[in-house]
Design a protein. Structure first.
Length: 225
């Protein structure tokens, strides 16, 4: 029980960390708007990696960073039980940080940037929109797995940090969807409705499936050496 409590608390901290990355992205899109919007997107995508760097450096419990382990090898019963516990902790941390930012910035233009980020993830007007969300969620799961794996194989070495930033940059800049980041965006935008739930269910599921490809890619690279 003690281990599950630690996992839960580390899950909350991981959610807060990803929320921080999401806020840095929102802040950059706010500071570099208009003609400089592309710069804001680039800087925001790079700075988002701060959140995952904190998770990896302090061994926090991020669901999307751990789920890939089940495709690498059979895990213990305790590990499978810990996955939903850390996901709940992630949700609490991300939503809480999001709502704190909402109350601080709700009367500013920064809130508008957060609202735009949240609404862009809630477009479900056709089957194509659902398919797009599925693909973006799957690819995000792949990128997160590769980022975490690259860092763990090269812990605190320059190449590990560079690869982590690179894979995070790819999924944020390309608009891939990360379930914990979305929780932060929805919290900061104070957006909770049916489509929010639909989005999170889809993104959680396909973030969880994305690492399947990542595991095979890593094994292929390791076997080729």
């Amino acid at each position: 029980m003690k281990n599950y409590l630690i996992t839960f608390l580390k899950g909350i901290l991981a959610g807060l960390s990803i929320g921080l990355g999401g806020f840095l992205y929102i802040l950059m899109t706010f500071l570099f708007s208009g003609d400089n919007a592309e710069l804001g997107k680039i800087f925001g995508s790079i700075l988002f990696s701060v959140g995952l760097f904190l998770v990896c450096t302090f061994y926090l419990s991020l669901y999307t960073g751990k789920i890939g382990l089940i495709y690498e090898a059979k895990q213990s019963k305790e590990f499978y039980i810990s996955l939903p516990i850390m996901l709940i902790g992630n949700a609490i941390g991300a939503f809480a940080f999001g709502y704190i930012c909402f109350f601080i910035f709700k009367n500013t233009d920064i809130y508008i940037s957060a609202l735009n980020a949240a609404n862009s993830r809630l477009q479900f007007n056709s089957v194509f929109d659902y398919l797009t969300t599925i693909i973006k969620s799957f690819l995000c799961g792949l990128c997160v797995y590769l980022a975490v794996k690259s860092f763990s194989l090269n812990r605190l070495k320059p190449i590990g940090i560079v690869l982590l930033v690179f894979f995070v940059f790819v999924f944020v800049y390309c608009g891939f969807q990360h379930c914990i980041a979305n929780m932060f965006y929805f919290g900061m935008a104070n957006t909770m409705n049916w489509y929010t739930l639909v989005n999170l269910l889809i993104v959680i599921l396909f973030n969880s499936l994305g690492p399947i490809v990542g595991v095979k890619l890593v094994k292929l690279i390791q076997n080729s050496k």
